[in-house]
Design a protein around this ligand. Structure first.
Ligand SMILES: Cc1ncc(COP(=O)(O)O)c(C=O)c1O
Length: 430
Protein backbone atom coordinates (compact mmCIF):
# COMPACT_ATOMS: atom_id res chain seq x y z
CA UNK A 1 0.00 0.00 0.00
CA UNK A 2 1.25 3.48 -0.78
CA UNK A 3 0.76 6.38 1.62
CA UNK A 4 -2.56 7.38 0.13
CA UNK A 5 -3.93 3.85 0.38
CA UNK A 6 -2.67 3.60 3.95
CA UNK A 7 -4.47 6.87 4.81
CA UNK A 8 -7.69 5.56 3.28
CA UNK A 9 -7.45 2.23 5.10
CA UNK A 10 -6.69 4.09 8.30
CA UNK A 11 -9.91 6.10 7.96
CA UNK A 12 -11.89 2.90 7.43
CA UNK A 13 -10.35 1.21 10.45
CA UNK A 14 -10.84 4.24 12.69
CA UNK A 15 -14.50 4.23 11.74
CA UNK A 16 -14.81 0.50 12.48
CA UNK A 17 -13.04 1.07 15.79
CA UNK A 18 -15.45 3.87 16.69
CA UNK A 19 -18.40 1.62 15.93
CA UNK A 20 -17.09 -1.31 17.92
CA UNK A 21 -16.26 0.95 20.87
CA UNK A 22 -19.87 2.05 20.95
CA UNK A 23 -20.97 -1.54 21.56
CA UNK A 24 -19.47 -1.32 25.08
CA UNK A 25 -18.16 -4.88 24.94
CA UNK A 26 -16.89 -6.49 28.10
CA UNK A 27 -14.73 -9.42 26.99
CA UNK A 28 -11.67 -10.98 28.56
CA UNK A 29 -8.87 -13.08 27.06
CA UNK A 30 -6.44 -12.63 29.93
CA UNK A 31 -6.00 -15.59 32.26
CA UNK A 32 -5.68 -19.20 31.29
CA UNK A 33 -8.36 -20.64 33.51
CA UNK A 34 -10.68 -23.53 32.65
CA UNK A 35 -14.25 -22.74 31.68
CA UNK A 36 -17.21 -23.75 33.84
CA UNK A 37 -18.01 -26.53 31.37
CA UNK A 38 -14.53 -27.97 31.92
CA UNK A 39 -14.86 -27.76 35.69
CA UNK A 40 -18.22 -29.56 35.50
CA UNK A 41 -16.50 -32.62 34.06
CA UNK A 42 -15.11 -33.37 37.52
CA UNK A 43 -18.14 -32.54 39.65
CA UNK A 44 -18.38 -36.19 40.66
CA UNK A 45 -15.58 -35.33 43.11
CA UNK A 46 -18.27 -33.97 45.38
CA UNK A 47 -19.60 -36.87 47.43
CA UNK A 48 -17.42 -39.49 45.76
CA UNK A 49 -16.08 -40.74 49.08
CA UNK A 50 -19.55 -41.69 50.31
CA UNK A 51 -18.28 -41.80 53.90
CA UNK A 52 -15.35 -44.08 53.08
CA UNK A 53 -12.34 -42.05 54.18
CA UNK A 54 -9.82 -44.85 54.43
CA UNK A 55 -6.69 -44.73 52.31
CA UNK A 56 -5.11 -47.77 50.68
CA UNK A 57 -2.81 -48.24 53.70
CA UNK A 58 -5.77 -48.19 56.11
CA UNK A 59 -5.05 -44.68 57.43
CA UNK A 60 -7.89 -42.19 57.92
CA UNK A 61 -7.59 -39.37 55.38
CA UNK A 62 -9.54 -37.05 57.68
CA UNK A 63 -6.86 -36.98 60.32
CA UNK A 64 -3.64 -35.02 60.71
CA UNK A 65 -0.31 -36.02 59.22
CA UNK A 66 0.98 -37.53 56.01
CA UNK A 67 3.03 -34.59 54.83
CA UNK A 68 4.27 -36.56 51.79
CA UNK A 69 0.71 -37.26 50.62
CA UNK A 70 -1.40 -40.42 50.74
CA UNK A 71 0.21 -43.55 49.23
CA UNK A 72 -2.23 -43.94 46.33
CA UNK A 73 -1.78 -40.29 45.34
CA UNK A 74 2.01 -40.66 45.43
CA UNK A 75 1.74 -43.75 43.24
CA UNK A 76 -0.43 -41.77 40.85
CA UNK A 77 1.97 -38.79 40.92
CA UNK A 78 4.81 -41.17 40.10
CA UNK A 79 2.99 -42.31 36.95
CA UNK A 80 2.05 -38.77 36.02
CA UNK A 81 5.56 -37.37 36.53
CA UNK A 82 7.26 -40.56 35.29
CA UNK A 83 9.21 -41.60 38.36
CA UNK A 84 8.86 -43.84 41.42
CA UNK A 85 6.52 -43.12 44.38
CA UNK A 86 9.36 -42.59 46.89
CA UNK A 87 10.50 -39.63 44.77
CA UNK A 88 7.15 -37.87 44.87
CA UNK A 89 5.30 -35.63 47.24
CA UNK A 90 1.61 -34.73 46.87
CA UNK A 91 0.34 -31.48 48.32
CA UNK A 92 -2.59 -29.13 48.32
CA UNK A 93 -4.36 -27.35 45.53
CA UNK A 94 -1.51 -25.28 44.14
CA UNK A 95 1.70 -26.36 42.45
CA UNK A 96 2.69 -22.68 42.37
CA UNK A 97 2.67 -22.68 46.15
CA UNK A 98 4.85 -25.81 46.22
CA UNK A 99 7.30 -24.18 43.79
CA UNK A 100 7.39 -21.08 45.97
CA UNK A 101 8.06 -23.29 48.98
CA UNK A 102 10.95 -25.05 47.18
CA UNK A 103 12.51 -21.72 46.23
CA UNK A 104 12.01 -20.21 49.69
CA UNK A 105 13.46 -23.33 51.29
CA UNK A 106 16.59 -23.26 49.13
CA UNK A 107 16.93 -19.48 49.44
CA UNK A 108 16.51 -18.97 53.18
CA UNK A 109 16.97 -22.33 54.87
CA UNK A 110 19.20 -24.30 52.49
CA UNK A 111 18.58 -27.66 50.90
CA UNK A 112 21.37 -29.18 52.93
CA UNK A 113 21.56 -27.23 56.17
CA UNK A 114 21.78 -23.45 56.74
CA UNK A 115 25.25 -23.15 55.15
CA UNK A 116 23.77 -24.27 51.85
CA UNK A 117 21.15 -21.49 51.73
CA UNK A 118 21.46 -19.42 48.55
CA UNK A 119 21.18 -16.28 50.65
CA UNK A 120 23.96 -17.38 52.98
CA UNK A 121 26.26 -17.90 50.00
CA UNK A 122 25.24 -14.54 48.54
CA UNK A 123 26.03 -12.65 51.73
CA UNK A 124 29.31 -14.54 52.21
CA UNK A 125 30.44 -13.67 48.69
CA UNK A 126 28.88 -10.21 48.53
CA UNK A 127 26.79 -11.17 45.50
CA UNK A 128 23.15 -11.71 44.66
CA UNK A 129 21.12 -14.82 43.93
CA UNK A 130 20.12 -15.12 40.26
CA UNK A 131 17.73 -17.22 38.19
CA UNK A 132 17.59 -17.90 34.49
CA UNK A 133 14.21 -17.09 33.00
CA UNK A 134 13.54 -18.41 29.50
CA UNK A 135 11.40 -15.67 28.01
CA UNK A 136 8.63 -15.35 27.11
CA UNK A 137 7.59 -17.33 30.17
CA UNK A 138 5.03 -17.67 32.96
CA UNK A 139 4.54 -14.37 34.80
CA UNK A 140 3.95 -16.01 38.19
CA UNK A 141 7.34 -17.73 38.07
CA UNK A 142 8.85 -14.30 37.61
CA UNK A 143 6.81 -12.96 40.53
CA UNK A 144 8.39 -15.57 42.82
CA UNK A 145 11.84 -14.24 41.93
CA UNK A 146 10.77 -10.63 42.23
CA UNK A 147 9.25 -11.21 45.66
CA UNK A 148 12.54 -12.66 46.91
CA UNK A 149 14.74 -10.13 45.17
CA UNK A 150 16.30 -12.85 43.02
CA UNK A 151 17.84 -11.28 39.93
CA UNK A 152 16.19 -12.56 36.76
CA UNK A 153 18.29 -13.16 33.66
CA UNK A 154 16.21 -13.61 30.50
CA UNK A 155 17.19 -16.46 28.19
CA UNK A 156 16.08 -16.67 24.56
CA UNK A 157 13.43 -19.25 23.76
CA UNK A 158 13.88 -21.20 20.52
CA UNK A 159 11.32 -23.53 18.90
CA UNK A 160 13.11 -26.39 20.72
CA UNK A 161 13.22 -24.82 24.18
CA UNK A 162 15.62 -22.40 25.88
CA UNK A 163 18.80 -21.55 23.95
CA UNK A 164 21.06 -24.07 25.65
CA UNK A 165 24.32 -22.49 24.45
CA UNK A 166 23.26 -19.36 26.28
CA UNK A 167 22.07 -21.30 29.35
CA UNK A 168 25.29 -23.30 29.66
CA UNK A 169 27.53 -20.27 29.14
CA UNK A 170 25.67 -18.24 31.78
CA UNK A 171 25.56 -21.05 34.32
CA UNK A 172 29.27 -21.85 33.84
CA UNK A 173 30.27 -18.22 34.26
CA UNK A 174 28.30 -17.42 37.42
CA UNK A 175 27.91 -19.80 40.38
CA UNK A 176 25.30 -17.46 41.88
CA UNK A 177 22.84 -18.52 39.18
CA UNK A 178 20.85 -20.85 41.39
CA UNK A 179 18.04 -21.97 39.16
CA UNK A 180 16.09 -21.88 35.94
CA UNK A 181 12.33 -21.83 35.35
CA UNK A 182 11.12 -24.27 32.70
CA UNK A 183 7.68 -25.13 31.36
CA UNK A 184 8.90 -28.00 29.17
CA UNK A 185 5.67 -29.01 27.48
CA UNK A 186 3.28 -26.63 25.71
CA UNK A 187 5.19 -23.86 27.40
CA UNK A 188 3.28 -20.92 28.82
CA UNK A 189 2.92 -18.86 26.67
CA UNK A 190 4.62 -19.97 23.43
CA UNK A 191 3.48 -23.61 23.34
CA UNK A 192 7.03 -24.89 22.82
CA UNK A 193 7.81 -28.52 23.66
CA UNK A 194 11.44 -28.97 24.68
CA UNK A 195 13.29 -31.23 22.24
CA UNK A 196 15.15 -34.36 23.39
CA UNK A 197 18.60 -32.72 22.94
CA UNK A 198 17.50 -29.73 25.04
CA UNK A 199 16.25 -32.00 27.84
CA UNK A 200 19.47 -34.03 27.68
CA UNK A 201 21.57 -30.87 28.05
CA UNK A 202 19.34 -29.64 30.89
CA UNK A 203 20.04 -32.90 32.74
CA UNK A 204 23.78 -32.14 32.58
CA UNK A 205 23.48 -28.58 33.93
CA UNK A 206 23.99 -29.62 37.55
CA UNK A 207 27.54 -30.62 36.64
CA UNK A 208 28.56 -27.16 35.49
CA UNK A 209 26.39 -24.99 37.76
CA UNK A 210 27.29 -23.56 41.16
CA UNK A 211 26.28 -25.34 44.36
CA UNK A 212 22.61 -26.16 45.04
CA UNK A 213 21.41 -25.24 41.55
CA UNK A 214 17.77 -26.18 40.86
CA UNK A 215 15.90 -26.73 37.59
CA UNK A 216 12.27 -25.86 38.27
CA UNK A 217 10.64 -28.19 35.71
CA UNK A 218 7.03 -27.02 35.83
CA UNK A 219 5.24 -29.61 33.71
CA UNK A 220 1.86 -27.94 34.21
CA UNK A 221 0.53 -29.01 30.79
CA UNK A 222 1.91 -32.57 30.59
CA UNK A 223 -1.37 -34.15 29.43
CA UNK A 224 -3.10 -31.10 27.99
CA UNK A 225 -3.05 -31.98 24.30
CA UNK A 226 -4.93 -30.41 21.41
CA UNK A 227 -3.77 -32.89 18.75
CA UNK A 228 -4.24 -36.60 18.05
CA UNK A 229 -0.57 -37.47 18.14
CA UNK A 230 0.98 -35.38 20.88
CA UNK A 231 4.71 -34.70 20.93
CA UNK A 232 6.71 -36.54 23.57
CA UNK A 233 8.91 -34.99 26.21
CA UNK A 234 12.12 -36.73 27.26
CA UNK A 235 12.21 -37.82 30.90
CA UNK A 236 14.47 -35.39 32.76
CA UNK A 237 14.32 -37.39 35.98
CA UNK A 238 15.69 -40.49 34.28
CA UNK A 239 18.34 -38.50 32.43
CA UNK A 240 19.44 -36.61 35.51
CA UNK A 241 19.61 -39.78 37.57
CA UNK A 242 21.91 -41.26 34.94
CA UNK A 243 23.99 -38.05 35.00
CA UNK A 244 24.17 -38.00 38.81
CA UNK A 245 22.28 -34.68 38.93
CA UNK A 246 18.92 -35.76 40.33
CA UNK A 247 19.27 -33.34 43.25
CA UNK A 248 19.33 -30.48 40.75
CA UNK A 249 15.92 -31.27 39.28
CA UNK A 250 12.48 -30.52 40.72
CA UNK A 251 9.56 -31.68 38.56
CA UNK A 252 6.16 -30.18 39.25
CA UNK A 253 2.60 -30.82 38.13
CA UNK A 254 -0.98 -30.48 39.31
CA UNK A 255 -4.57 -31.37 38.51
CA UNK A 256 -5.54 -27.69 38.34
CA UNK A 257 -6.48 -27.91 34.67
CA UNK A 258 -7.66 -31.51 34.92
CA UNK A 259 -10.27 -31.46 37.71
CA UNK A 260 -11.22 -28.33 39.69
CA UNK A 261 -8.67 -25.56 39.16
CA UNK A 262 -9.01 -24.10 42.64
CA UNK A 263 -9.46 -27.40 44.45
CA UNK A 264 -7.12 -29.88 42.84
CA UNK A 265 -3.94 -31.54 44.05
CA UNK A 266 -0.32 -30.70 43.26
CA UNK A 267 2.66 -33.00 42.80
CA UNK A 268 6.42 -32.68 43.07
CA UNK A 269 9.09 -35.19 42.08
CA UNK A 270 12.75 -34.98 42.97
CA UNK A 271 15.44 -36.91 44.83
CA UNK A 272 14.47 -38.48 48.15
CA UNK A 273 16.91 -36.09 49.89
CA UNK A 274 15.31 -33.00 48.34
CA UNK A 275 11.84 -34.17 49.31
CA UNK A 276 12.91 -34.91 52.88
CA UNK A 277 14.30 -31.40 53.15
CA UNK A 278 11.12 -29.93 51.64
CA UNK A 279 8.98 -31.99 54.04
CA UNK A 280 10.96 -30.61 57.00
CA UNK A 281 10.41 -27.07 55.84
CA UNK A 282 6.76 -27.54 54.95
CA UNK A 283 6.24 -29.15 58.35
CA UNK A 284 6.84 -25.77 59.94
CA UNK A 285 3.73 -24.33 58.31
CA UNK A 286 1.42 -27.34 58.12
CA UNK A 287 0.85 -30.71 59.79
CA UNK A 288 -0.15 -32.15 56.44
CA UNK A 289 -2.02 -31.52 53.19
CA UNK A 290 -5.75 -31.97 52.53
CA UNK A 291 -5.66 -35.74 52.28
CA UNK A 292 -9.43 -36.02 51.91
CA UNK A 293 -9.15 -34.12 48.64
CA UNK A 294 -6.24 -36.30 47.57
CA UNK A 295 -8.38 -39.39 48.21
CA UNK A 296 -11.32 -37.91 46.32
CA UNK A 297 -9.02 -37.30 43.38
CA UNK A 298 -7.73 -40.84 43.42
CA UNK A 299 -11.26 -42.25 43.46
CA UNK A 300 -12.15 -40.05 40.49
CA UNK A 301 -8.99 -40.23 38.40
CA UNK A 302 -8.14 -43.87 39.17
CA UNK A 303 -5.25 -44.24 36.72
CA UNK A 304 -3.53 -42.55 33.79
CA UNK A 305 -5.93 -44.12 31.26
CA UNK A 306 -8.90 -42.60 33.06
CA UNK A 307 -7.09 -39.26 33.34
CA UNK A 308 -6.36 -39.28 29.61
CA UNK A 309 -10.04 -39.98 28.94
CA UNK A 310 -10.93 -36.93 31.02
CA UNK A 311 -8.36 -34.87 29.12
CA UNK A 312 -10.06 -35.81 25.85
CA UNK A 313 -13.18 -34.20 27.28
CA UNK A 314 -11.18 -31.03 27.95
CA UNK A 315 -9.83 -31.13 24.43
CA UNK A 316 -13.35 -31.36 22.97
CA UNK A 317 -14.26 -28.18 24.84
CA UNK A 318 -11.01 -26.31 24.21
CA UNK A 319 -10.32 -27.14 20.59
CA UNK A 320 -13.15 -25.08 19.04
CA UNK A 321 -11.94 -22.11 21.10
CA UNK A 322 -8.38 -22.38 19.84
CA UNK A 323 -9.70 -22.89 16.32
CA UNK A 324 -11.76 -19.75 16.62
CA UNK A 325 -8.69 -17.71 17.63
CA UNK A 326 -6.59 -19.14 14.80
CA UNK A 327 -9.36 -18.70 12.25
CA UNK A 328 -9.76 -15.04 13.18
CA UNK A 329 -6.02 -14.40 12.92
CA UNK A 330 -5.80 -16.21 9.62
CA UNK A 331 -8.81 -14.44 8.12
CA UNK A 332 -8.01 -11.02 9.53
CA UNK A 333 -4.26 -10.78 9.22
CA UNK A 334 -2.59 -13.55 7.22
CA UNK A 335 -2.81 -11.92 3.80
CA UNK A 336 -2.04 -8.39 4.90
CA UNK A 337 1.19 -6.48 5.14
CA UNK A 338 2.28 -2.94 5.91
CA UNK A 339 5.62 -1.60 4.65
CA UNK A 340 6.34 -5.02 3.22
CA UNK A 341 6.08 -6.67 6.61
CA UNK A 342 3.44 -9.08 7.90
CA UNK A 343 1.08 -7.63 10.51
CA UNK A 344 2.17 -10.26 12.98
CA UNK A 345 2.97 -13.90 13.56
CA UNK A 346 1.39 -16.40 15.92
CA UNK A 347 1.77 -19.87 17.36
CA UNK A 348 -0.42 -22.85 16.50
CA UNK A 349 -0.14 -24.78 19.75
CA UNK A 350 -0.36 -28.56 19.95
CA UNK A 351 -1.50 -28.30 23.56
CA UNK A 352 -1.58 -26.09 26.62
CA UNK A 353 -3.64 -22.98 27.17
CA UNK A 354 -2.28 -20.17 25.02
CA UNK A 355 -1.77 -18.70 21.60
CA UNK A 356 1.15 -16.29 21.46
CA UNK A 357 0.90 -13.39 19.04
CA UNK A 358 3.81 -11.21 17.97
CA UNK A 359 3.09 -7.78 16.55
CA UNK A 360 5.61 -5.83 14.51
CA UNK A 361 8.22 -4.49 16.99
CA UNK A 362 7.05 -1.74 19.32
CA UNK A 363 3.32 -2.29 19.02
CA UNK A 364 2.17 -4.80 21.65
CA UNK A 365 1.44 -2.24 24.33
CA UNK A 366 -0.44 -0.03 21.90
CA UNK A 367 -2.57 -2.96 20.66
CA UNK A 368 -3.42 -4.06 24.22
CA UNK A 369 -4.44 -0.51 25.13
CA UNK A 370 -6.53 -0.11 21.97
CA UNK A 371 -8.39 -3.38 22.58
CA UNK A 372 -8.94 -2.51 26.25
CA UNK A 373 -10.48 0.82 25.31
CA UNK A 374 -12.82 -1.08 22.96
CA UNK A 375 -13.90 -3.46 25.77
CA UNK A 376 -11.56 -6.44 25.23
CA UNK A 377 -9.14 -7.18 28.04
CA UNK A 378 -5.82 -8.81 27.12
CA UNK A 379 -2.87 -9.78 29.31
CA UNK A 380 -0.81 -6.58 29.72
CA UNK A 381 2.01 -6.34 27.18
CA UNK A 382 5.33 -7.32 28.71
CA UNK A 383 3.81 -9.69 31.30
CA UNK A 384 5.48 -12.66 29.69
CA UNK A 385 8.96 -11.24 30.38
CA UNK A 386 11.01 -10.78 33.56
CA UNK A 387 10.38 -7.35 35.08
CA UNK A 388 7.50 -7.04 32.56
CA UNK A 389 10.06 -5.88 30.04
CA UNK A 390 9.52 -7.26 26.55
CA UNK A 391 12.54 -5.80 24.73
CA UNK A 392 10.69 -5.82 21.39
CA UNK A 393 7.31 -4.79 22.80
CA UNK A 394 5.75 -7.38 20.50
CA UNK A 395 4.43 -10.31 22.60
CA UNK A 396 0.72 -10.66 23.32
CA UNK A 397 -0.60 -13.74 25.12
CA UNK A 398 -4.10 -14.83 24.10
CA UNK A 399 -5.90 -17.16 26.51
CA UNK A 400 -9.11 -18.54 24.99
CA UNK A 401 -10.06 -21.27 27.51
CA UNK A 402 -12.59 -19.41 29.63
CA UNK A 403 -14.87 -17.38 27.30
CA UNK A 404 -17.46 -18.95 25.01
CA UNK A 405 -16.69 -19.40 21.29
CA UNK A 406 -19.13 -16.58 20.57
CA UNK A 407 -17.28 -14.22 22.91
CA UNK A 408 -13.93 -15.29 21.50
CA UNK A 409 -15.15 -14.51 17.99
CA UNK A 410 -16.28 -11.06 19.11
CA UNK A 411 -13.03 -10.42 21.00
CA UNK A 412 -10.89 -11.56 18.09
CA UNK A 413 -12.70 -9.27 15.66
CA UNK A 414 -11.62 -6.38 17.88
CA UNK A 415 -8.13 -7.78 18.25
CA UNK A 416 -7.37 -8.09 14.53
CA UNK A 417 -8.87 -4.66 13.93
CA UNK A 418 -6.60 -3.15 16.60
CA UNK A 419 -3.50 -4.93 15.27
CA UNK A 420 -4.05 -3.52 11.80
CA UNK A 421 -4.98 -0.09 13.13
CA UNK A 422 -1.91 0.14 15.38
CA UNK A 423 0.40 -1.06 12.60
CA UNK A 424 -0.94 1.43 10.07
CA UNK A 425 -0.81 4.30 12.58
CA UNK A 426 2.84 3.51 13.24
CA UNK A 427 3.57 3.38 9.52
CA UNK A 428 1.89 6.77 9.10
CA UNK A 429 3.83 8.17 12.04
CA UNK A 430 0.63 8.84 14.01
C1 LIG B 1 3.10 -22.95 33.79
C2 LIG B 1 2.14 -22.90 34.91
N1 LIG B 1 2.49 -23.41 36.10
C3 LIG B 1 1.65 -23.38 37.16
C4 LIG B 1 0.40 -22.84 37.05
C5 LIG B 1 -0.48 -22.82 38.26
O1 LIG B 1 -0.67 -24.11 38.72
P1 LIG B 1 -1.42 -24.43 40.07
O2 LIG B 1 -2.85 -24.14 39.86
O3 LIG B 1 -1.15 -25.87 40.30
O4 LIG B 1 -0.81 -23.57 41.15
C6 LIG B 1 -0.03 -22.32 35.83
C7 LIG B 1 -1.36 -21.71 35.70
O5 LIG B 1 -1.71 -21.06 34.76
C8 LIG B 1 0.87 -22.35 34.74
O6 LIG B 1 0.53 -21.85 33.54
Amino acid sequence: MNDQQLQARHQELREQYRQVSEQKLNLDLTRGKPSTEQLCQSDALDGILANDYLCADGSDSRNYGGIMGIPEARKFAAEYLETIPSRTMVGGNSSLQMMYQVVIGAHFHGVNGPESAWMAEASKTGSQVKFLCPAPGYDRHFSVCEALNIIMIPVTMTPEGPDMDQVEALVKADPMIKGIWCVPKYSNPDGVVYSAPVVARMAQLGKIAGANFRIMWDNAYAEHHLVDTPPTLANILELSEAAGTLDNVVVIGSTSKITHAGAGIAFIASSEANLASLADQLGISTIGPDKVNQLRHMRLLKDMDALRGLMQGHRRILQPKFESVLKALEAGLAEKSVNGQALGSWTKPQGGYFVLFDTQPGLADKVVKLTAAAGVKLTPAGSTYPYKNDPNDSNIRLAPSFPSVKDIEAAMRVFVLCVELATIEKALGL
